[in-house]
Design a binder for this molecule. Structure first.
Ligand SMILES: CCCCCCCCCCCCC/C=C/C(=O)SCCNC(=O)CCNC(=O)[C@H](O)C(C)(C)COP(=O)(O)OP(=O)(O)OC[C@H]1O[C@@H](n2cnc3c(N)ncnc32)[C@H](O)[C@@H]1OP(=O)(O)O
Length: 359
């Protein structure tokens, strides 16, 4: 008896093979994958040579998975087979010479780059649908709105200080150093009081910042601003105030807009770079300027006895606050070390995760 072969059309994707067998009203369909990676097809149906038994076999170019998905319709038999390894095949069969009954399925045909694009589009759709299934935080908008406003107010405050000091420096030169406090202190008080929120925000889970580095930062600055400059009039017209305020505001006019953009899921590369690089020279300089301010205040606290701790009369009059400040000087450099390490890690994390995204 003559063996009849149906027309078979094929197409591929990176992970699958599609076969379309031109056999209408197929019955007794028997499809098997043999151990030698050969597909054997046998069925009764209406093909090119009328109602008959049709069969064919195909030895695939590369290994395929044993599961076969098959669907018979009135017009054809569709077969889907998964490749064992997701890669593009040069041809369907191991033998270079194409069987005469085999042809490309132009309805499904894609070349490798088109298939790649189709795959990427599918992955994108999957990602979007997974993301939309993840339950959204109902207060996310409110939280982002609050953070955006907070950062905006701080940005405006520090920009005012920075611009004011720069303009005065250009007009008055070195003379502007000595009355920085009288022109900028109110705004600096406002900004630094607000900055207490930077310690509260991580506690409420509003930002990913770690509590300890934020606390060191805010506490460190507030000791300088409120205790050293704020409580000692003698300190207020010293040049060191200029350097401390200028260093603080220089970093903040880049840090807060960076956060503002983060709140609206936007990023400017240059701003990100400035936020994660400027601290490298500015943080040590800031701490040195603060240390100079503390050292300059020591004799004033000794003289005025301000904040001194009363002692029993056998031990003397009182313990000068300058001793506490000397201890604080040591803590300052410990704080500098902790925050410098923290910021270095943040910088590495930021640039490592961006590199990964680019790959
Ligand atoms: C033993 C200790 C004793 C304590 C006693 C005190 C001694 C202290 C001495 C120390 C002296 C310090 C005095 C200060 C001097 C100066 O400031 S000098 C000038 C230079 N200064 C700086 O450069 C420091 C600037 N400050 C900071 O960078 C921060 O305050 C920080 C806490 C030190 C670090 O910030 P952190 O939030 O941890 O890192 P980021 O990478 O910026 O943010 C992490 C993620 O969180 C998001 N985020 C953070 N804040 C906000 C916000 N307000 N709004 C929106 N989003 C925010 C941010 O976007 C990041 O998210 P991802 O991008 O998704 O990761």
């Amino acid at each position: 008896m003559q063996i009849l072969t149906p027309h078979v059309y094929w197409a591929q994707r990176h992970g699958e093979i599609f076969l379309r067998v031109e056999l209408s009203d197929a019955t007794n369909v028997d499809i098997r994958l043999m151990e030698d990676n050969t597909l054997q097809f046998r069925a009764q149906g209406h093909g090119a040579k009328g109602d008959n038994q049709y069969e064919f076999s195909l030895e695939f170019l590369e290994p395929v998975k044993p599961e076969i998905h098959q669907k018979s319709t009135q017009r054809q038999v569709d077969i889907k087979i998964k490749k064992r390894e997701e890669r593009w095949w040069q041809r369907l069969t191991l033998r270079e010479k194409k069987p005469v009954f085999l042809g490309p399925d132009f309805d499904r045909w894609l070349d490798e780059s088109d298939a790649e694009m189709e795959l990427q589009a599918k992955e994108k759709i999957n990602k979007i649908s997974v993301e939309s299934r993840v339950r959204k935080d109902p207060y996310l908008g409110l939280k982002k709105g609050y953070l955006f406003m907070y950062n905006l107010v701080q940005f405006l405050g520090f920009s005012w200080i920075f611009v004011n000091m720069t303009v005065r420096l250009f007009i008055l030169g070195q003379d502007s150093f000595y009355d920085t406090f009288h022109t900028a202190a109110d705004m600096m008080y406002f900004c630094q009081m607000m900055a207490v929120l930077e310690v509260i925000n991580p506690l409420l889970g509003l930002v990913k910042t770690k509590f300890f580095p934020a606390m060191i930062q805010v506490a460190g600055r507030n000791v300088i601003l409120f205790v050293i400059f704020g409580s000692l009039e003698e300190m207020q017209n010293k040049a060191v105030v200029f350097f401390v305020f200028y260093l603080w505001s220089t970093i903040e006019i880049f840090r807060y807009p960076f956060y503002m953009l983060a709140c609206i899921d936007t990023e400017w590369k240059l701003l990100t770079w400035l936020r994660y690089s400027l601290w490298i020279p500015l943080y040590p300089l800031g701490v040195v300027a603060e240390a100079v301010a503390v050292i300059q205040s020591l004799p004033i606290f000794d003289e005025t006895r301000l904040f001194s701790i009363p002692l029993p009369s056998v031990l003397g009059r009182s313990l000068s606050f300058s001793y506490t400040l000397q201890l604080y000087l040591v803590l300052m450099f410990l704080g500098l070390f902790i925050n410098f390490r923290h910021l270095y890690k943040q910088r590495r994390r930021r640039y490592r995760s961006r590199k990964k995204k680019v790959q």
